[in-house]
Design a protein around this ligand. Structure first.
Ligand code: IPM
Ligand code: MG
Length: 355
């Protein structure tokens, strides 16, 4: 049976970068990768067509697929919509519906791009860290939430909440990821202020007893934000909740030179996954053929690795990306003096050629 992949190009630069990822998949298919793809709407384009950011048809297809490859959602056109109709709601809803609680966000600095980072090359050269973000809980989904009038004025409120079982499953994922790497896990919380994250620390510590081979440390999130800039190579795997992970992974992306380079995998308990670049829809550059498709293409590699069991094909895609960078080919976001500047499609051409 061929594996079923659902493609969700979404909004902004999404369709452009997805087109390049599809070309990569086509090459692999021609070489025997047994997959079938289907496409559906999510985000703003889905709101335009159906009034909902996550149409039922899309959700049904996603639930039936072996893996979902998503590009990006959102744009200024949708900013004024009621919250339930905002494109981001579609993204949060599909993550929740697929129960993809473990979000792997690797930040790897390619040798060739060490000078594209705003940090000194010696701070970032050779960096290879993994941020593991809990993706379906925390203040993102906690109830009660809202804006209401209390004592004559409006108040806005959200709830930061984690259950033991939610913490335990992401902690296990963190320790297991660390076991496959350099066996160091840093759990990030704010236990000095937030009870929710005191529980986080307690549960992670307890789970850690089952992984004596992994060195566990704890760090407060403000310090972690600083340490990521001061000395990022001290980390191997960082595990944290949804909101801290959102912020720290954007920060980590800049260590690598561009947010346009970072793929992600969001996995459920059975290896089914949702794969997406960590960047957004970049409406300001949409339709101009200048977006960097590499995070999307590297998301294909993660999909091959984690949901399709195709490690060799995953490495082939990653090697093709490395080869293209080594040849001095760059999109505008990672371009430096002396390199060749390519558009989105030309970068896709280069990766396909390198494959
Ligand atoms: C991300 C994004 C999303 C998030 C937004 C678009 C809802 O920032 O994937 O990091 O906050 O999770
Ligand atoms: Mg984010």
């Amino acid at each position: 049976m061929p594996k079923k992949i659902l493609l969700l190009p979404g909004d902004g630069i999404g369709p452009e970068i997805m087109a390049q990822a599809v070309r990569v998949l086509d090459v692999l298919k021609a070489d025997g990768l047994d997959i079938v793809t289907d496409t559906a709407l999510i985000g703003g384009c889905a709101v335009d067509a159906t009034g909902k950011p996550l149409p039922d048809e899309t959700l049904d297809k996603a639930l039936a697929a072996d893996a979902v490859l998503l590009a990006s959602v959102g744009g200024p056109k949708y900013d004024a919509l009621p919250r339930e109709q905002r494109p981001e709601r579609g993204l949060l809803a599909i993550r929740k519906a697929l129960n993809v609680f473990a979000n792997l966000r690797p930040a790897v600095v390619y040798e060739e791009l060490a000078s594209a980072s705003s940090l000194k090359p010696e701070i970032v050269a050779g960096l290879d860290i993994l941020i593991l973000r809990e993706l379906v809980g925390d203040i993102y989904f906690g109830e009660p939430r809202g804006i209401e009038v209390r004592e004559g004025e409006k108040v806005g409120f959200n709830t930061m909440i984690y259950s033991e079982s939610e913490i335990r499953r992401i902690a296990h994922a963190g320790f297991q990821a660390a076991q496959k790497r350099n066996k160091k896990l840093c759990s990030v919380d704010k236990m000095n202020v937030l009870e929710c994250t005191q529980l986080w620390r307690d549960v992670v510590t307890e789970v850690g007893k089952e992984y004596p081979d992994v060195e566990l440390s704890h760090m407060l999130v403000d310090n972690a934000a600083m340490q990521l800039i001061r000395n990022p190579k001290q980390f191997d795997v960082m595990v944290t909740g949804n909101i801290f992970g959102d912020i720290l992974s954007d920060e980590a992306s800049m260590l690598t030179g561009s947010i346009g380079m970072l793929p992600s995998a969001s996995l459920d308990a059975n290896g089914k996954g949702l794969y997406e670049p960590i960047h957004g829809s970049a409406p300001d550059i949409a339709g101009k053929d200048i977006a960097n498709p590499l995070a999307q293409i590297l998301s294909v590699a993660m999909m091959l690795r984690y949901s399709l069991g195709e490690e060799a094909a995953a490495q082939r895609v990653e090697a093709a990306v490395k080869k293209v960078l080594a040849a001095g080919k760059r999109t505008a976001d990672i371009w430096t003096e002396g390199c060749e500047k390519l558009g989105c499609k030309a970068m896709g051409d280069a990766v396909v050629a390198a494959l």
